[in-house]
Design a protein around this ligand. Structure first.
Ligand code: FAD
Length: 303
């Protein structure tokens, strides 16, 4: 079922698996079920770490990705190909024991969640903003036994999508209630859950010479210009990257024929980090107070 070049790439990734993974698969007679059965069988032939078992799950066709004898709570309802193929590969690797490339602080925040959280993410396989959300929620499920996540391909579950009146993807439900729409990083999801960085962490910071509010392209360039003059610079951003995080293709950035928003946002962040700029992400400035006309004091920005 997989094309030869994808299969070759997949084979390389599967070699990175560190332990066994059990796929529990619920399939019927329909076309999507046949595709799913063929995909999981192909995966099992490609790695001795992957075992497949037929079961009945809440949704058919769907499959769960588990450690032997331990449910992780990751379910793919629909065939995770197209843009979700990477989500499948990462789920296999992370469930097998491979460490995720995420900040230790974020991992700690996820592990500390005590509530029982079940996420349903409605996606389409052609959506470029969906994989980040799916991968974040899968990773949260891998890290914390209280968290479970089902990715639902809207094309395979049309009735469910219509009954919930879902008009855009990704749309995420938490414990059956609407939770979020659009692209979200794991840090943003944590912040929405109330587990993001606490503004009190910043209280003891020394005053900045320049504190930029907003972390889009404009804020990033302002901060770089300031820091290049050797002055103490910070950025307060409720979402570092700004609107370009939601942009698929950018073709009017002169000298760059084509790029993608998230890629450009990642380059912006890399560029900002070249300098001694303190990025305070996922924080919203509530008020600016002008206390001293010669110097905007850090203490005058309220969170
Ligand atoms: C879907 C889409 C496609 C686009 N495509 C293109 C394109 O192809 N080419 C192009 O040139 N432009 C495009 N744009 C427009 C482009 O993204 C914007 O012009 C650009 O991002 C503006 O940069 P900015 O830094 O001024 O503002 P923004 O990108 O809006 O960044 C400002 C940031 O500051 C944050 N912020 C605001 N108030 C506070 C506060 N009080 N505290 C903390 N943070 C705060 C905001 O949340 C935001 O993250 C597109 C925009 C969208 C949404």
């Amino acid at each position: 079922m997989l094309e030869a070049n994808i299969k070759a790439q997949l084979a390389q990734y599967l070699e990175l698996m560190e332990g066994d993974v059990h796929l529990k698969v619920s399939v019927g007679e329909d076309k999507v079920s046949r595709e799913m059965a063929s995909l999981v069988d192909e995966l099992a032939t490609m790695s001795t770490h992957i075992k497949v078992e037929l079961v009945d799950l809440e949704r058919t066709p769907s499959f769960t990705v588990n450690r032997p004898g331990e449910e992780t709570g990751i379910t793919f309802a629909g065939v995770p190909l197209g843009h979700e193929f990477t989500s499948l590969v990462l789920a296999l690797l992370q469930v097998s024991g491979r460490a995720p490339k995420v900040d230790d602080k974020v991992i700690e925040q996820v592990k500390n969640i005590k509530d029982t959280l079940h996420f349903d993410s409605y996606i389409s396989l052609s959506c470029q903003n969906c994989p980040e959300v799916v991968q974040a929620l899968n990773l949260m499920s891998v890290l914390n036994p209280n968290i479970t996540h089902t990715m639902i391909d809207g094309a395979a579950f049309k009735e469910e999508v219509e009954s919930k009146n879902i008009l855009a993807v990704p749309t995420v439900y938490l414990n059956d209630e609407p939770f979020s729409n659009g692209r979200k990083t794991i840090e943003e999801i944590l912040a929405e859950l109330g587990n993001g960085p606490d503004a009190s962490e910043f209280e003891d910071k020394e005053p900045f010479d320049v504190l930029v509010v907003g972390g889009g392209p404009a804020g990033a360039s302002a901060a770089i210009y300031a820091a290049r003059k050797g002055i103490r610079t910070g950025i307060v951003a409720d979402r570092f990257g700004g609107q370009i995080l939601d942009t698929a293709a950018i073709e009017n950035f002169i000298s760059v024929n084509h790029t993608e928003g998230p890629k450009l946002a990642a380059s912006l962040e890399e560029h900002v980090k070249e300098y001694n700029i303190d990025i305070m992400n996922l924080q919203r400035a509530k008020r600016l107070e002008k206390k001293d006309f010669t110097r905007l004091n850090w203490k005058t920005v309220q969170f």
